[in-house]
Design a protein around this ligand. Structure first.
Ligand code: TXA
Ligand code: MG
Length: 319
């Protein structure tokens, strides 16, 4: 099914018959976008090379960028990767949830090499969303799933966002409504000690007590290990100006807290609400066709991940 020919993208709901249909498309090597608590993922059978290749093709994703594998249970994750004690402690405390662990892949895991981009470490997570859980159970195999957007564009938090970017390029989208967290998972690597590879839906400060140590941030440059960190990864089409207290003539303003805008991330300055609305706001702003200005967001808790995404969205293009 992973061909270049345009295909009809089925819209499916969350009813059992639709989940079964989606699972059978996945087992046949097709591409199905589905909701998770963070963002919509573009799923494929992680053990099927051509299905996984289809993801890169549909997204136009740089081939060196590895994918997260989604599983239904800790047991399934342990079959694919080797958990150290601190890694297992995090999984037990935060799964299902917005946390991805990068771990040494098990010999004979059976995962397509394209998933790890040829490397020996595997990114795994167990999503906390009833539709994702039902789909993983019905498909009965690990699903590779990056965010369901064309590479370099804003991550989708609704089925409409998915269709806006990938209609005609994927087999189906399962509509499970808007994603409650709205930011991708936090990624922690365990190649040496625990390293924060990406800020995300769970603040690093929430993970540290469980690890009994501070999480050091992985050095971006040195890492092809977290290549999602490519400079302008989350770019909208228009230019983006950060820390704006008011819009210039002609700008579309995204407000936050006391700073008003054409729309706002959160009128009350609530960072959880702002995270959940971030990509929707960027999509809306992008649709205005105007240059975009964004109000300052504090560098605390989820604000750090929000600012990380905003800085990437604002980075000079072509990098
Ligand atoms: O919340 C999420 O994590 C969403 C949902 C769909 O689960 N997925 C997601 O996937 O954000 P994606 O592909 O857009 O971002 C995955 C990030 C990338 O930065 C990628 O480079 C990194 O994970 N990654 C994947 N495998 C890796 C590995 N083996 N080692 C290091 N980083 C890895
Ligand atoms: Mg992504």
């Amino acid at each position: 099914m992973a061909t270049t020919a345009p295909r009809k993208t089925l819209r499916l709901g969350r009813e059992a018959a639709d989940i079964d249909r989606a699972a059978s498309i996945l087992r046949d090597g097709g591409l199905v976008a589905f909701p998770t608590e963070t963002v919509y993922g573009l799923g494929a059978d992680a053990t099927n090379d051509s299905a996984v290749a289809g993801i890169f093709e549909a997204k136009n994703r740089p081939a060196f960028n590895p994918l997260i594998v989604h599983v239904r249970e800790l047991e399934a994750a342990e079959a694919l990767a080797v958990f150290s004690d601190p890694a297992r402690a995090l999984a037990e405390a935060f799964w299902p949830g917005a946390l991805t662990l990068v771990l040494p892949m098990r010999e004979g895991a059976g995962v397509s090499e394209l998933v790890t981009a040829g490397g020996r470490s595997l990114a795994i997570r167990m999503p906390d969303h009833p539709v994702a859980a039902a789909l993983l159970a019905a498909a009965d195999r690990p699903l590779a799933a990056p965010s369901a957007n064309p590479s370099g564009r804003i991550s989708p938090t609704t089925a409409a966002h998915v269709l806006g970017g990938l209609e005609g390029r994927i087999d189906a989208v399962v509509d499970g409504g808007p994603c409650p967290v709205g930011l991708e998972s936090t990624i922690v690597g365990f190649e040496t000690g625990p390293v924060l590879l990406r800020e995300g839906g769970i603040p690093a400060s929430a993970l540290e007590p469980c690890l009994g140590q501070k999480l050091v941030k992985g050095a971006d440059e040195e890492q092809l290990s977290a290549p999602g960190q490519l400079a302008s990864h989350y770019a909208p089409a228009a230019s983006l100006r950060l820390d704006a207290t008011e819009p210039d003539d002609d700008e579309f303003m995204i407000g936050f807290g006391k700073t008003p805008g054409d729309i706002t991330l959160s009128e009350n300055g609530d960072l959880v609400e702002a995270a959940a609305r971030l990509f929707s706001c960027l999509h809306l702003a992008d649709e205005s066709g105007k240059p975009i200005a964004v109000a300052p967001v504090p560098e605390t808790g989820l604000g750090r991940a929000i600012n990380d995404r905003l800085r990437r969205a604002a980075a000079p293009r072509g990098t």
